[in-house]
Design a protein around this ligand. Structure first.
Ligand code: 9PG
Length: 445
């Protein structure tokens, strides 16, 4: 770590804005002396954070991006990765005797910005520069979606999807894509093996397109679960630690998770087989999830950096799916620039306002709102922002506030209630938000 900036501030007014590593990593602003929401305990550490994201009081941390706002009329200082699609330095800021001292473990640019719009304005001007340097074109507008996850979770059945397919026609909801989430597959890593609750997965997608909707599917393409056939049959496809064992990608679904080595020829061939099969099923919308796993440090078949391996993996998927719509989720943010059409910028929404255990990487309205606001600048520049799905059914706490957030910061608009659960307010709010025009950029301060 070397010192890259020292900024004189009044500790009573100044704020530090942290940007986390991936979609679910808490990203928000703090007053000096506040303890960041980062969480280093338990199984979420590997899944939702980068490395050992120690939330020591007074040490703020951004992954490739951090800003200091003195809030005294002086300029905002943005400290950002010099080459954000190649290396993402960890940037730390601490308060020492009237100054915020910023340190980084790699090349950064330091921008003093006194333009309008506060930190979001400053971030936006930095992002515009990144986009210009990379020669990126404006992102394609997102289709509207219905997603099975936030009503049915892993218990989703083929009949649940059929029920909603019928209801969205009856209710004349403007849903472009019906996106089947986690639960259609037997195991994490075995994407072409159906779960017992789905008799005919390709047949279901055919019914979706026969209804005049587009077909969307969820995968966690770089994860391999310890219960999967892929794990049992192809241990050589996994990223490895220095001791030779498979690198942990965390745990979820009651099992240990490992990372597919996107530079291994066998793994590459398998990913091609999976996404080519999906093309054959008529799928043209892909929610590629838990893709942080592609960027974990470890030993791979080819000697490339974790970010290079990650980008190769996503590029491989893009190569298979052509101009299908790609939504990144659980995705390292800066390394994904230029690869995806839309990006989940937040942890999951839930019917509860605050997460039970206080870890804001976990499902809650509060965590989703904090990230959606602090990443507003990305929308229309790097990609279309996905704030996570609208849920409007009556048992959702503070549902009006969540709908208002989606209305202000929703680039990709998806509904994720069982459509038989909606009361009048829910139905009209869902209809209005799916039907509304999405602004090119968002205004947040
Ligand atoms: C499917 C879901 C949905 C959801 C995604 C993702 O362990 N975790 O910390 C954890 C975080 C997020 C998560 C699941 C677990 O949800 O964001 O929309 O697709 O996967 O399993």
């Amino acid at each position: 770590m070397r010192t890259v900036a020292e900024i004189s501030v009044d500790p009573d007014t100044a704020e530090v804005h942290e940007q986390g590593w991936q979609s679910w990593s808490p990203s928000t602003r703090y007053r000096i002396g506040e303890r960041p929401h980062r969480w280093i305990h338990g199984t979420h550490r590997i899944v939702c954070y980068r490395g050992d994201a120690d939330p020591t009081t007074g040490v703020f941390r951004g992954e490739g991006l951090l800003a200091v706002d003195p809030r005294d009329g002086g300029p905002v200082t943005v400290i950002a990765a010099a080459d954000p699609t190649a290396t993402v330095p960890t940037i730390e800021a601490s308060y020492v005797d009237g100054r915020v001292v910023v340190r980084a473990d790699g090349d950064v640019v330091v921008r003093l910005d006194d333009g309008p719009g506060g930190v979001q304005g400053s971030y936006a001007r930095w992002a515009d520069q990144v986009v210009a340097d990379l020669g990126l074109t404006a992102p394609r507008p997102a289709p509207t979606t219905w997603c099975s996850w936030y009503q049915y979770f892993t218990g989703v059945t083929e009949a649940d999807v059929d029920l909603n397919l019928g209801l969205m026609a009856e209710l004349e909801l403007p849903v472009d894509v019906v996106q089947v989430d986690d639960g259609y597959q037997q195991e994490i890593g075995d994407w072409l093996v159906p779960s017992g609750r789905f008799a005919d997965v390709p047949g279901l997608f055919r019914r979706i397109t026969d209804h005049g909707r587009r077909a969307g599917i969820w995968t966690a393409p770089f994860l391999v679960g310890s219960r999967s056939r892929t794990f049992a049959e192809h241990p050589d496809w996994l990223v490895r630690d220095d001791d030779g064992g498979p690198t942990s990608a965390g745990a979820n679904w009651g099992q240990d998770l490992f990372a597919l080595d996107t530079t291994h020829p066998g793994a590459v061939e398998y990913l091609r087989e999976v996404f080519t099969a999906f093309q054959g099923w008529g799928i043209d919308f892909h929610k590629i999830d838990f893709i942080y796993a592609g960027a974990l440090p470890g030993r791979r078949h080819e000697d490339v950096t974790p970010i290079e391996a990650y980008r190769r993996g996503v590029e491989l998927i893009r190569d298979c799916v052509g101009d299908s719509y790609l939504l990144g989720c659980g995705a390292p943010q800066l390394p994904s620039i230029g690869l995806v059409d839309a990006m989940r910028v937040s942890p999951d929404i839930a019917p509860v306002h605050a997460p039970a255990d206080g870890d804001l990487s976990q499902p809650s309205q509060r965590g989703a709102v904090l990230n959606g606001v602090s990443r507003a600048f990305q929308h229309g520049r790097f990609w279309v922002n996905d704030p996570d799905c609208l849920i409007t059914r009556p048992d959702v706490e503070r549902r009006e506030e969540w709908a208002e957030h989606v209305s202000r910061f929703g680039g990709l608009r998806g509904a994720s209630d069982g459509l038989d659960k909606l009361d009048d307010w829910a139905l009209e709010t869902t209809r209005a938000l799916l039907g509304a025009a999405v602004p090119r950029h968002f205004v947040a301060s």
